[in-house]
Design a protein around this ligand. Sequence first.
Ligand code: D54
Ligand code: ZN
Length: 276
Amino acid sequence: MKLLQMADPVRYPTMTTAELRSTFLLEELFTPGELTLAYVDLDRAVVGGCIPTSAPLTLETQPELRADFFCQRRELGVFNVGGKGTVTVDGVNYELDKLDTLYIGRGSKAVSFASVDAATPAAYYLLSYPAHAEYPVALAKFATLTPVNLGAQETCNKRSIYKAIHLEGVRSCQLVMGFTLLDSGSIWNTMPPHTHMRRSEIYFYFDVDPVHRVLHLMGPPDATSHIVMKDKEVVVSPGWSIHAGVGTKNYGFCWGMGGENQDYADMDPAPVVDLR
Ligand SMILES: O=C[C@H](O)[C@@H](O)CC(=O)C(=O)O
Ligand SMILES: [Zn+2]
């Protein structure tokens, strides 16, 4: 597994574009016919991408985990941004349409991913954190989620927030996971931004038009930087960093968090006028 090692707020202001990218950004997680994982030292997240084509792909344990099977000591969230697929957990099949989320609890032994049609393959985004407790496998279908509608057309940030794995939905040990869809003509996410020292957060941008980009904003509110991102890329946000973005067109992103608490509303606002 590729290892991403975080920078701290002291090293951060000295970093070049290339250093910011190699430290906070994960590119090329999604390759047809492959399952790719990366380890992030921050809150010990494992992030992955998986596009099964003609044959299913199995979630193998990794040498770095020193575990008998991947979920021996971890839980896993799976979010499909591609065509219809099937995820099999210990012999039980779960059908995932686009935007469906599957929670796989600690102790699940055999996990594999398949596409229903190799011509329109599923594309699974994977996010895993250590877990001290077992919660049951559960599927959060997009169609059953009630969005929170935020923003306005006037401020180009009209969007719908769907919480899938959280305190009032599918339960987990520490993972909190959901996604946000921007309306046509809206481009700003999470503005005004916030930090939350209790949790680190990982953004996975999807449905980014190939000729468009998202400028992801990070850093302390008084010293922001940006990372230019394309479709199906992942960016890591330490607790001291804001995480917001602006696209050259609308897009979607999956947000996931691990850490001290699971309280979605526990945010320290960073007012727009204070940003530097
Ligand atoms: O801690 C929560 C996260 O940053 C996101 O859920 C924010 C978000 O999706 C949005 O405002 O568009
Ligand atoms: Zn956040």
